[in-house]
Design a protein around this ligand. Structure first.
Ligand code: FBP
Length: 271
């Protein structure tokens, strides 16, 4: 049997415990800049310390993964994101993610998976796809699963949350060989189920998005995607911008892994 096949299966199993996953995303320092963070979490060590023993994996850019290895190592799985872009760029070039690291960096860091963004529909779709294929090919060699942040964005896309658009991106991600797909919530269980179907068996994880009004509102969204047969969530702002990041992370785990109703799970959150 192929060594790579076994490696990929083992690594995926570390992220998708019981076939479901809650991933903490903390790459916003580049994507949005430090302004996204409450002051006490600008240094990633503190926020990571609060959640590493709660979530199944953390998704970090290579530099922060290295700087915080003493915190996540042995506590949770690591997904190294190898593309990014700053919001300091002029508007017209913000729909391109650039290489921020390599698969070899991810392997060297001890990652369980590698992640890269493709803005489907962007004028720079072609160059992002080229890097995606490069990442995918190297990752296959090492038996490393590839998560694609399949984000439809571009001049032709009026509403990036529209179900037809989101399922198109999810399908394109599946067809480009993604092992895990991270994409936007489409507003209801019925529509998100169509996204999951379009992904044709590739696990779909919902991207958290901007902070919801209340933790309960966000937990209802998490429940909705789980009811749509999604396999979990990748959440940043709804955890690190909340008043109780650990409590919110624990509540999300309760909905995703333990099947709790949002109204029950919210009890984990201190107000
Ligand atoms: P959130 O849960 O905070 O939305 O994080 C998910 C994520 O994809 C991050 O990985 C990334 O930094 C950010 O959203 C990108 O946000 P935007 O939608 O502004 O590009």
């Amino acid at each position: 049997m192929s060594y790579r096949f076994i490696g990929k299966k083992l690594r995926l199993g570390r992220i998708l415990r019981d076939d479901k996953a809650v991933v903490f995303a903390f790459d916003h320092g580049v994507e949005h800049g430090p302004k996204d963070f409450p002051e006490q979490y600008v240094n990633p060590k503190k926020i990571l310390s609060l959640v590493v023993d709660v979530v199944d994996a953390v998704m970090l850019l290579p530099g922060v993964a290295a700087l915080t290895s003493d915190i996540w190592a042995g506590k949770t799985a690591l997904i190294v994101k190898v593309t990014s872009k700053t919001s300091l760029r002029p508007e017209e070039s913000r729909l391109l993610q650039s290489p921020f690291g390599t698969v070899e960096d991810a392997v060297a860091l001890g990652a369980d998976a590698v992640a890269a963004t493709v803005y489907w529909g962007s004028r720079q779709e072609d160059s992002m796809l080229r890097y995606w294929v490069e990442v995918k090919n190297s990752a296959e060699y090492y038996g490393l699963p590839c998560l694609q942040l399949a984000y439809p964005r571009g001049p032709a896309i009026k509403n990036r949350y529209d179900v037809e658009i989101v399922r198109y991106g999810a399908r394109a991600a599946a067809e480009s060989g993604a092992d895990l797909i991270k994409t936007y919530y489409t507003g209801s269980t019925e529509t998100f189920r169509r996204v999951v179907e379009a992904a044709s068996g590739v696990p779909v994880l919902m991207s958290g998005g901007a902070r919801a009004k209340t933790p309960l509102d966000f937990l209802k969204v998490v429940k909705s995607v789980m009811d749509a047969d999604a396999q979990g969530v990748v959440v940043g702002r709804n955890i690190f911008q909340s008043v109780d990041p650990r409590g919110v992370a624990r509540a999300i785990v309760a909905v995703v892994h333990e099947g709790l109703e949002p109204e029950e799970a919210v009890e984990y959150v201190r107000t």
